[in-house]
Design a protein around this ligand. Sequence first.
Ligand code: NAI
Length: 697
Amino acid sequence: MTASYEVRDGIAVVTMDNPPVNSLGFGNRRFIAESVRRAQDDAAVHAIVLTGRGRAFCGGADIREFNKPEATMAPDIVDVIRVVEGCEKPVVAAIHSVVMGGGLELAMSCHYRVVRRGTQVALPEVRIGILPGATGTQRLPRLIGLEPALNMIVSGDTVMSEVLAAMPGQKLFDRLVEDDVVLAATELAHDIANLRPLPRSRERKVEHPDAEAYLQFARNMVAAKWPHYPAPLRCLDCIAQSVRLPFDAAVDYERVAVTELLWSPESAALRNAFFAERAASKIPDVPSDTPKREIKSVAVIGAGTMGGGISMNFLNAGIPVKILETKQEALDRGIATIKKNYEAQVKKGKLKEDKYAQRMALQTTTLDYADLKDADLVIEAVFEELGVKETVFKQLDAVMKPGAILASNTSTLDVDKIAAFTKRPEDVVGMHFFSPANVMKLLEVVRGAKTGKDVLATVMAVAKKIKKTAVVSGVCDGFIGNRMIEQYSRQAGFLLDEGATPQQVDKAIEKFGFAMGPFRMGDLAGNDIGWAIRKRRAVERADMKYSRTADKLCELGRFGQKTGAGWYDYQAGKRDAIPSELVNKMIEDHRKELGITPRKISDEEIVQRLVFSLVNEGAHILEDGTASKSGDIDMVYLTGYGFPIYRGGPMHYASEVGLFNVVQAMDRFAKNPNDDAAFWKPAPLLAKLAAEGRSFV
Ligand code: NAI
């Protein structure tokens, strides 16, 4: 750390230096507290300027200390804030770039604040299920007013410094400057060096014409907007104390509330997601300094559903895309869909006309492979047939320049077989996007046996550029996400056989928090896709038992929304799922054939059977190395399958429930004669961890 303390002309300039964002780790906390005390004791110092070196004033708590003893080593953030605010000489914060969380709480404890235009200001704690617990809920309302403070804290949104500085009556920023913020803060420090009493935010009153009525209104709004999260309402409770209690009593209240939230399952889930997302980009045997290839242009093979969406990601990021098809009509259709999607965004005001034009100008088409030869990355999204992939990859191998990355968007085929169609398997990788590919965050990066480390590192960096959450998966049938969802779908079928209806199953899992239950999902994606996969598996994995209901549904031609009927009925042009008497009768008849007397299945049992079927397959996936960490599996489910984020992902959720309890429930299900006992055999890793009282995370 090269933090510095310099006295210039009676002003002590204290510069934090804890890259990348001057977070408040133990070393930095001690440095600030000691520097302020030193300045206080030095008769030659009249005022202090506090600033940060590099890319931020201060980004808040140090996540690297999370769960480590350093996190609570004194001085903690509140201690530092007390030292700064209590200083008898004026402390001026010189704020630039980023001031967030504990960094903003620190700034608000300074006596004056000078900010540079373009600074991002936020108290984002609510996003990890907690609240600004180092006096933030008390100081922000005192400095910008009750309503704006409540909006910022409850949403966690970032607001630009110039927007805040322009608010009438605000006291957060004393000066807004265009460039040298330390110079401006030093000038201010000279001007106010002898001014007393020092302005302290804790001593200000929160002005509002009818605070209680406003708080009641806000409470109703917040409760309706975030029904599954305790943190936004607790933020509101704390902010309410800023008008009700003296500062110190309100700070005590805030402390209790933040401690409670830290222990809440929702916060644990959100923190898991936060850390899992960061960790997903790290691959154990691919160091972060692995050289990457430059990706300046992309080619996409196939302009169908996926090819079009994939292309849009790159166009959005300003990267030129050349799309190849076999026929001009197919190209025209694909381009028309891309245009239609962009035009819809323009209509909704989400995309400006000039941006739309820029994006379309980056896109070109061809029918000739030779035109692709200079692309740095080519992504294949043609029909899901190995023979077609073979033709495509052989042609790519023949024309692409050396060093180009050859990717396949296959969702089920063996990436190693695809790589073997070329003489450069080290350049081949899977890039499995999810539909709609321009919207869904998830990208499964499928690592073949021979995929080069630099290829992987490059693809992970590309994913970041196009704003995807990339997770590395090994080669297997279905990769991480679809391999797990298959077990979930099988279990959903067994539930029907035993007595549940599609609507009961969907409702139970949607109440748990899934965006969509398995049957509504099937109707949306097309039940014929699963049917084709089951037919293939019937040959490859004859030991795998399935309920026959889904096949019977497809035999009736009920493929889902696209045929106007699936598990549910649909009215023309509408997407509302209407329970179908015909389907329910079909399920009942099938039960009779099986000789099963239906029983009432509780929502709790439905949820456990569906979620634990994901968990057990997840454990197999961890064990065989398809995923390198449980957080990767959670990210796949949070970003690609609508798993509720406040439950943290299937593996995190299982750990919260307790793996012992998961295995106990599975043993119970295995004894059910209408279920499949083999299905519920715990994966060896799950059994082992449960027996040792441990968890995945
Ligand atoms: P699609 O049928 O909508 O599009 C395929 C396109 O490829 C068609 O436009 C076709 O003309 C073109 N094509 C076929 N053979 C070609 C060749 N030899 N050269 C150039 N173009 C050729 O199919 P979709 O849904 O876009 O799927 C494409 C790939 O993406 C498949 O491997 C599929 O498994 C995978 N995938 C599909 C997802 C989905 O939800 N639809 C999700 C994730 C992956």
